[in-house]
Structures are given as C-alpha cells and as structure tokens.
Design a protein around this ligand. Structure first.
Ligand SMILES: [Zn+2]
Length: 49
C-alpha cells in the first residue's frame, strides 16, 4: 500500500520568509533544507537567521 506523502501542505497566511531565507544570496539557488546549510550550487553558507 502506498502511503500518501504530506510534503505539499497548504500554508494559508504562511510567512514567505520561511523559504526566502533558503535562497542563496550569491547565486539565488533555493536550498533543499533550512539554513544553516551550504549552497549546493556555489558553496555559499546560508546563515540561520
Ligand atoms: Zn549559491
């Protein structure tokens, strides 16, 4: 039986900053996970803020 993945959630009224902070300041790539993390494309460190 296939389980339903719950990775697509409706976040009505959610804070866009929650994903904007994942955007690499150097190249604009969207990180796969929340910071702190290094950009997979250019290696820039995305600070946890
Ligand atoms: Zn980058």
């Amino acid at each position: 039986m296939a389980s339903v993945t719950d990775d697509v959630r409706e976040d009505d009224g959610g804070d866009p900053a929650c994903w904007l902070r994942r955007v690499c300041p150097a190249c604009g790539r969207l990180a796969d996970v929340d910071p702190p993390v290094r950009c997979a494309a250019c290696g820039e460190l995305l600070p946890a803020d």
